[in-house]
Design a protein around this ligand. Sequence first.
Ligand code: TRP
Length: 443
Amino acid sequence: MAGGPREQWTSRRGFVLAAIGSAVGLGNMWRFSYLAAENGGAAFVILYLAVTLLVGLPVLLAELVLGRGSQKSPIQALTHYGGRLWKPLGLVFVSAGFLILSYYAVIAGWALRYGLAAIASGFDPNAAERFGEVASGWDAFGYHLAFMAFTVFVVVRGVSRGIERTSMLLMPMLFALVVGLAVYAATLDGASAGYTYYLAADFSKLRSLDALKDAAGQAFFSLSLGMGAMLTFASYLGRDVNLPRASVIIAGADISIAFIAGLVVFPMIFALGLSADVSASTVGALFITLPKAFAEMGCVGRVVGVLFFVALIVGALTSAISLLEVVVSSTMDGLGWSRRRAGVLLGIAIAALGAPSAWSTEILGAVDQVANNILLLGGGFALSIFVGWVMAGPIEEAREGAASFAWFGSWRTLLRYAVPAFLFFVLVYDAIPSTFRTIADLF
Ligand code: TRP
């Protein structure tokens, strides 16, 4: 075992900002906007909100309770409360962290590349071609490595000196940037067409259960749930922190930033008449349409575009940190490795695992689907069962530091019945072949 007492956050604020840093990332800007575009704008936003509050929030509190209660990283936290039988689930969590970070850092690498290129020479109007170059092959791999190096650097410095400090510095800047960009977008001629598209609900799209699956996957991805990231962060917390309140603040900040990011992306795209590109939405949407918009806005576009990519990179970095921290802290607790050794060696392994995603956006998209729709939702299912049924005294643990918390009873009930039932349904729906699915969609 690694020596010394467990590391701790130096302030509650530091913990909350680090957790928000984990939640707010590429998911809020890149993933949320393309899913909203694909699934009928505001109709999807409403569905996403409902899933986040009714399913995401209870699981978030469950992770915080498990982490703080055990003061351990995921594998040991599960065996602490549930016995050795639960060790494999912990291993799945750590593997999910490995896998998600491997492609997450590739996308962050694209953002890094765009940001640096914009500072040096602006945006290329041939955005689709440009994206093709940036997003595949050695170029993509190189920037992926650079991004991984930053992530390793922060994590190796430790919980309070690395993760907490970085979040305290960068998160307020990220909020300011995203809000500033949304205000700027509102001043563009033709922005209103973007708002109409984003905020007018097309409920017909929701008739397909695919929208529900997307909303559930997005809720888990965006809140960093289902693989022990929030659990790990909470394991560095003291007993005096109000976990229910923290979970509401984290979820609230995450939803708000995703929503505001939509107020940046859609008006900009529509003001420049690029709406046709939105319907052809894929993993690349944000990286093709927006740079094209920035290129057409001339000098101002260059400044705005650089700020946009800075926000994206900052969000991605604070999220990547939390993914790496899960893997690192598990190795420190389980194998007794030092933080430095775990960070560097595992960072290298994750960077190597990202190579296929760096080579092809199709592979990346496929890995993203598996990670979200199976690993995270499956992980959330197992976590809700674990905290709802297996763990002794979850309510007492949640109540530590939060005497006046009113919804304990309903929290436990949600975790026991509604949350696992919902996630089970989505997982099964995702597993059945598409022909049956079309039939199921008729009902
Ligand atoms: N939530 C982050 C985002 O929206 C991504 C992320 C960080 C994540 N840690 C995670 C996703 C853990 C799933 C699990 O960009």
